[in-house]
Design a protein around this ligand. Sequence first.
Ligand SMILES: [Zn+2]
Length: 415
Amino acid sequence: MDRDGLRVNARRLQRSLESLARIGATADGGVDRLALTDADRQARDALVAWLDRLGLRITIDDMGNIFGLRAGRDEGVRPVMMGSHLDSQSRGGRFDGALGVMGALEVMRVLEESRVVTERPVILAAWTAEEGSRFTPSKLGSAVWAGDLDKEWVWGRPDRHGATLLEELERIGYKGVSPCARWPFQAYYELHIEQGPLLEAAGRAIGVPAGIVSLHVYDVHVSGEANQVGPTPMEGRRDALVAAAEMVLAVRALPSTAGGDMVATVGMLEVAPNCYNVIPEDVHFTVDLRGWDEALVERSWERLAGEFRGVAARHGCRLHAEESSRTGRTEFDPGLMRRITDHAEALGLSTMSLVSGAGHDTAHLAGVGPTAMIFVPSIGGRSHTPAEETGWADCAAGADVLLRCILEASGTSGD
Ligand SMILES: [Zn+2]
């Protein structure tokens, strides 16, 4: 058999993505498929049915992660893995996560219909609760699998109505019997949309990220003094919101002077008492700093914290700022990255190296074995919105690269 001639079925991949997108579809063309909701259950049911039709060995662990294993000639060796997630943001798009799972399913279908015999087992993985929008933090299924988070703690995570992850896992019938725990693997590949504008702007087909940027999140509390706005003169006010507003602008200005590829964002802000006729007394906001250069991110935060102290003092406010979470940068395996580039170029696809500004399940897998990701262009760089879009040909191109990488890693291309 000419394995170099194998290609994914682009129309079949499109149909899989379209039928998955109907589960939890929103009127504006997006997807609302929060983790462990009824829509998530339907998506899982569909995946399990598709895997079952291929005759794969299906395992669901007690974190709800779904695995489909296709046996290799040798059962005693490390498997090759590929996957992503089925859950979405509450107003998410049709490709984030879905492409990685449907792309892996398409690879399985090609292996099956072409009767490819691999040396190593090949496993498709669909990880639970990647998005972090219903249960926090994000990437829970892969984090527990990799041993980076404690399962009991994750089971107890509540959504905003108080339902725990474990209750919801049981409610939708996806608390499997096998304990969620890592196993060694030969290679793990995740196909994903870029979620940024770089590939489209450069006119490249395939992105090869060197890794995922480090992410530092800080909680900032500013306290002033509440008072009736009418009788209180402007002079001498201790307005926590005005101080916070200056701090937000300092965050916005930071990357342009810090250098590197850092991005800085205030995405959440709470005001108390949040009333039109009371001077704001307390403000809580978050600062999200991301960059490839970890030391630069740390230095930048120290500089920012110094500016915050100056602003708070000028407004007569108290300041409390602390780090709430930190994820070190993830570096992907250079060998796997090179293979993605080589296979893409052999397929006539242009490539580009970049780094991922968004977190992915692969970050946790990277602590267990060699990993890499395959990015395809996001139209307009849009993601986590119903406007998220990727061309069907680009989806197929990414899946073709995934197929080649899996064929090679599972021991079929050399014999
Ligand atoms: Zn994703």
